[in-house]
Design a protein. Sequence first.
Length: 290
Amino acid sequence: MTVNPNPPAPNCFRHPDRSTGLACTRCGRPACPECLRPAAVGQHCVDCLHRDSAQAPPVRSAVGTPVQARPTPRVTYALIAINVAVFAVTAAQAHSIADNQSSRLFYDWVLAPNLVAQGQWLRVLGGGFLHFGPLHLAVNMFALYILGRDTELVLGWRRYLAVYLTSLLGGAAAVMLLAQDSATAGASGAIYGLFGAMTVILLRLRQSPVQMLVLIAINLLISVSVPHISLWGHLGGLAAGTLAAGGILFLPEWVKARTREAAWTIGWAAVAAVALASMVLIVAAAVAMS
């Protein structure tokens, strides 16, 4: 019997029509150069690399949410789109971009405490999506774009949206209590809440919050100096956003939550408590005014 001293090369396990003299140094299966990747020791097939990536624990943010390589701040973009769309409706109704506050939608949604006290509760949220003219809209949307992207990345879109809406409620509560003769509109209260949330995030990541604190101080100085700006709405949103983010990022550690699920529950409970407290203050102010 004659033995062939040069047996044929095996075929690639992914491409049976290709013969190869190479093999994966991990699983040992023959593979062509297209199916192999260089490794620290030898070369690994694409299947082994895919299996490793699937088993590797995901990179997580400060609150345990998975961090994507290229995250898309969808909620931030959606909030900007809603604000712009509402402004477009008011401008169309008023037949004026600069004088859009004369529109019917603006009248129905603006945060007027005396009208909220009469039962028009939609104004509590609706006022946070109205703006006095294009400059007011542009400034707020730019701030939302800058702050919202990073805050959404760290907190995850659900917590981020909860903090945003809680900040909006906190600003409305302060207006209802301390600026009862005003008619307030704008996303500024919620955006100031994001200022507070970002400050808390920096503290949680052990980074200096000085620049953020200086930025907050400058914006508050502008709120005091420029007429017709809702200082109380800004302060209320700042307080609510700071408390909500602090509840998410620090409270689970303070109460020594032992599992990630427990930490998430505690964080959600903190946000809910701040939102509920804001609503209680709004209702109490409305009852006192009625």
